[in-house]
Design a protein around this ligand. Structure first.
Ligand code: ZN
Length: 328
């Protein structure tokens, strides 16, 4: 073990502790409940809320519970959060423990109103598991999220049958856009040269993307400063990166970049330069009111960035020419 690498790994552990403590501060971007004539849908994460909004149009009031850029794994409910949930006519969440600390609140709420774990509506044969735990990050496979969009449509129709026709019509339009996005992702990732088809990120959120678009995926997350096995995991990753001449690794907007920096430093100590390919949106969309703040924009950003950084071919500004940052 190289000493600089060891100290970096120790630093990562410290930072993770700080992040967990910071999450305990209970910052919530959720707006206080407001009265409205329209039925109110509350979604935990923006990936769900954005789809619901695209289908609901102006017929429903759709609110996101977990604010922009926040990590749903670490999100802790506040009094405001609970009030927002109580104000809902319908609650949509991902489930499979993505919203770990909201679990009991959602369960008790389900006694009195419709509370729907969307990912749990996908048949288990199509889901990935990590040991006993189901991997919750299904939005990374557009074809799976397309089925979630259909589940959302059914829920909105059930909530407000008067506007069923509008919801079905908007849903059909939206699903066409998802089909186009899925085709783009398939084509773009397929253009990456075979020997570079390896995606290395901070945490293990990209397994569905890897399966859907044929890309090997590895992540740093899970390392612990106390664990010798975790240190060997970092060493293994560095060895893999060096042996396979991987040009770039990726940070995530909602996760500390320190783990990825440890990999870059580890490779550097072996005389190999690896760059940061850019920042991916894993468990949160990009900034609100931007293209990347939508589900489609978030995935377009990820696919375009990964493709270009790993030597594939994709338009600089993405599928729709709307990406705000010039990529690689
Ligand atoms: Zn995650």
């Amino acid at each position: 073990m190289h000493r600089p690498l060891l100290s970096l790994v120790v630093m990562i552990g410290g930072l993770i502790s700080i992040m967990i403590a910071a999450a305990g501060c209970n910052r919530s971007d959720s707006a206080p409940p407001q009265s409205t004539d329209r039925p109110r849908v509350v979604a935990t994460v923006e990936m769900i809320a954005d789809v619901a909004r695209s289908i609901a149009g102006d017929d429903l009031d759709v609110t996101t519970l977990i604010g922009a850029g926040m990590d749903p794994h670490l999100f802790k409910p506040t009094a405001d959060t609970l009030a927002t949930l109580r104000s809902a006519d319908l609650v949509l969440y991902n489930g499979h423990h993505l919203e770990g600390q909201l679990g009991s609140a959602l369960e008790s709420l389900s006694q009195s109103k419709r509370v729907v774990p969307l990912a749990e509506g996908i048949e288990s044969a199509r889901l990935l598991a990590d040991g006993d735990a189901i991997d919750p990050h299904i939005w990374m496979d557009v074809a799976l999220w397309r089925d979630v969009a259909k589940l959302i449509t059914d829920e909105l129709v059930r909530l407000d049958p008067q506007h069923a026709e509008q919801y079905r019509s908007r849903s059909a339009d939206y699903i066409k856009q998802l089909d186009e996005l899925h085709a783009y992702a398939t084509q773009a990732i397929a253009s990456i040269p075979t020997e570079k088809r390896l995606l290395v990120t901070s945490h293990d959120a990209f397994n569905y993307l890897g399966r859907a678009y044929n890309l090997e995926v590895l992540a740093v997350q899970g390392i612990s400063t106390e664990s010798e096995a975790a240190l060997s995991h970092v060493n293994d990753l560095v060895r893999t990166l060096v042996d396979r001449k991987v040009p770039s690794v990726f940070i995530e907007s909602s996760v500390s970049p320190k783990g990825i920096r440890a990999l870059i430093d580890g490779a550097s100590s072996r005389g190999v330069t690896i760059s940061i390919g850019g920042e991916l949106f894993s468990d949160a969309t990009g900034p609100l009111n931007s293209y990347e703040g939508s589900y489609i924009g978030m995935i377009d950003h990820n696919i375009t960035l990964i493709t270009r950084a790993l030597g594939g071919v994709a338009p600089e500004r993405g599928l729709h020419g709307k990406l705000s940052h010039v990529q690689h």
